[in-house]
Design a protein around this ligand. Structure first.
Ligand SMILES: C[S@@+](CC[C@H](N)C(=O)[O-])C[C@H]1O[C@@H](n2cnc3c(N)ncnc32)[C@H](O)[C@@H]1O
Length: 311
């Protein structure tokens, strides 16, 4: 008997005894449907996730991890965690399955102008460069761990404002990077529901979005044209394009990584900054990182660093 059918029967007015029996069956079904990972299995899965994505899964997330893994197992007809683990860890089919599972497990929460202060900081940084005429060539920005695209589009909007206001026709480009193929597919579509835009100002919505017939909002093409997306696993810093950029924006990603990995990644990001380039992190995401080419900027509400040359 399927779960829904049992619930239907249970919802009718059954005598107490029958209801008790059905409740027992439902509970047994539920327990059977989500078996617990043993400590050893949890450690094994945790190690796999961390090795491949950098994401550290803590013990409090065990029930959630079980539900994510088991949902995939049920779809594929696996009954035992160990069999599914063996499948995911080997072969080409395993690689494809791994990508789907990692996608499910990565937290992708984001919104337009999520941390307004940081976006405004980038705006002021660019305005100063325009004012001092220190822009050299194109203005390039990376959004690392860009999820479904709201962050890189917000950055593109702020950058576009600066150039339009200064009546400059300068070239700029924003690159959004993420490990998740589904997040990037959403990002490329650039269509969002109103909830994602709660932190955008009305004038920004008016200037940069078109409302669609279904009520969702689409980012205007002049912004979309400036933003490109690439699937990147940031723990392989070597995979990062060997170019120098003006701004690297990396928020709400490093928190999932161990401290040593955060530091390694940050060191790799510094190498990709132009001299005088700006690195913007989430506030409080890194506390004990130092680098000879990096100077923290004086701002209590933004965690930003400038690339400087050692004296
Ligand atoms: C919580 S979202 C943050 C989105 C955005 N930066 C923000 O602050 O609103 C974290 C994103 O990092 C991505 N991510 C996790 N591990 C990654 C990795 N190893 N390489 C690249 N992206 C990763 C996830 O897929 C997810 O989209």
């Amino acid at each position: 008997m399927c779960f829904q059918m049992m619930m239907c029967i249970q919802n009718r007015q059954e005598p107490d005894k029958t209801r008790g029996l059905l409740a027992g069956i439902v509970m047994a079904w539920t327990l059977r449907s989500l078996p617990s990972l043993s400590e050893e299995q949890f450690a094994q899965w945790g190690k796999l996730f961390e090795e491949r994505t950098g994401i550290q899964i803590v013990f409090q997330q065990k029930p959630w991890l079980e539900s994510q893994i088991f949902a995939r197992m049920r779809e594929l007809g696996f009954e035992r965690y160990d069999d599914y683990f063996a499948f995911v860890s080997t072969g080409i089919a395993g690689k494809l399955e791994w990508a789907l599972l990692a996608d499910k497990v990565a937290v992708k929460e984001t919104s337009f102008f999520r941390h307004r202060e940081s976006i405004e900081y980038v705006r002021r940084y660019l305005q100063q460069k325009i004012y001092q005429q220190t822009l050299s060539g194109s203005f390039d920005v990376w959004s690392v761990g860009c999820s479904t695209g709201e962050e890189p589009y917000s950055l593109a909007m702020a950058v576009n404002d600066c150039f339009e206001l200064a009546s400059l026709n300068s070239y700029y480009g924003i690159t959004g990077m993420d490990i998740s193929a589904t997040a990037l597919a959403t990002a490329r579509k650039a269509q969002y529901n109103k909830r994602r835009m709660e932190l955008a100002k009305p004038e920004e919505i008016k200037r940069y979005f078109i409302q669609r017939a279904d009520g969702s909002y689409e980012v205007v093409s002049k912004i979309r044209e400036r933003v490109c997306f690439t699937q990147t696993n940031i723990i392989n810093a070597k995979q990062l394009p060997d170019v120098k950029v003006d701004v690297i924006f990396c928020q709400n990603l490093l928190v999932y990584f161990r401290r040593w990995l955060r530091r390694d990644l940050l060191n790799a990001l510094v190498d990709r900054l132009k001299p005088g380039g700006l690195l913007v992190l989430g506030l409080g995401e890194v506390v004990d990182w130092e680098h000879p080419n990096i100077q923290r900027t004086a701002d209590d509400y933004v965690q930003a660093y400038l690339r400087v040359e050692p004296i």
